[in-house]
Design a protein around this ligand. Sequence first.
Ligand code: SF4
Ligand code: SF4
Length: 437
Amino acid sequence: MDLSKQILSAGVVGAGGAGFPAHVKAESSVDTVIGNGAECEPLLHKDFEIMARYPAEVVDGVRLLMSATGARQGIIGVKEKNAEAIASIEAVSGEPKISVHRLGDFYPSGDEYILVYEATKRLIPPQGIPLNVGVVVNNVETLLNISQAAKGIPVTQKWITVTGAVRSPVTFAAPIGMSFADALRVAGGATTDAFGIFVGGVMMGPLEFDLEHVVTKTTAGLVVLPATHTLIVRRTQPEKAKRRIGKSACDQCSYCTELCPRYVLGYDVQPHKVMRSLGFTLAGEAQWNKYAALCCACGLCTLYACPESLFPKEACDQSKADMKASGEKWTGKTVVVPHPMYEGRRTPVKQLVRRLGLASYDNHAAFVPEVTAPKRVSLPLSQHVGAPAVPVVKPGQHVRCGDCVADIREGALGARIHASIDGIVRSVDGSIVIEQG
Ligand code: SF4
Ligand code: SF4
């Protein structure tokens, strides 16, 4: 079986958060495979643990993809500060074609446009993808899963860090479908009664309050914060209020643009102009939407750059949604030249952590090699890009961990889903619920 079919059979998707079915990338033709081990969301350490503990599998994933795509080089991007992970990878890579690219500790070094530039000096065309410059990028956990897929092992676990306001911050491989309540128990529980959970990180992840939500193939971590923390207070402000405050308080200082990582890399993202769409000119909002089209939603402008604590990232989100709804096509500067201050304007993660009020939570999230299997898992049929998977099991059926329980819809983009515990299928709806029994 070729690699693409093995990946498809094992249900591998982009584990960094994107959820794109990984077999598609294995079918491309490129000259460079990049492993993304940048892990720049504050407080998360699961990629570090994967690289430090499973370097052979990560390198094997790169090697397999190089062979499938015809690539002549493999590069794994790792922050220089993660010396243990770098040493582990370099100890097993054993060939000059696969190297480590040392990244500075800045945010968001894991953004594909930035990572590709840092590792190869190639600039992805505006609105393009790495493939346009002969590159495929995969998160290091995806590479681990590709290595496992080649051995016939399906994806049943998701590496996560559970941290923030918890008793014992931890990193572990969670059975997919584990509830947030069970995941928090592994971390000793929350240290406060009223809290919210940033899923996948405080900068880019959604905020959840429901402990019945579950870990999926794209969950990178759970960051628990007290409900009174400024990050939760800001995130939960009604959209109308965010717009109203922005309209009245934005003085067009343009700090949001000057510190925007996509702008300093040379792309025409200008959040201060997008703020004008909130209504302080008569030119009409459509005129300003285009300055949001290349925004990667990293959140720096809202959470770090703006001295007035306004919401330029959210204004960009709205502009992008408006453009999509109206079918408006992006037109803008297609020539990309990095800003002369590109190096100097990058945001150090340490400084970001302080600004976000997270310094007291920036602790080591200890690796836990094995966790007790949850009594119940709930596997959403849609936890990847593409069509929801189609169940192939019925209530009452016994399944074993690793059995395929939902398959790809015929002819559609999608990913298979496998049982993550031994048990009995209790229900099949938008999710497949399995209970030990
Ligand atoms: S940094 Fe804040 S105040 Fe300045 S232009 Fe941007 S949104 Fe407006
Ligand atoms: S969220 Fe803000 S800082 Fe980040 S890419 Fe978009 S406009 Fe730039």
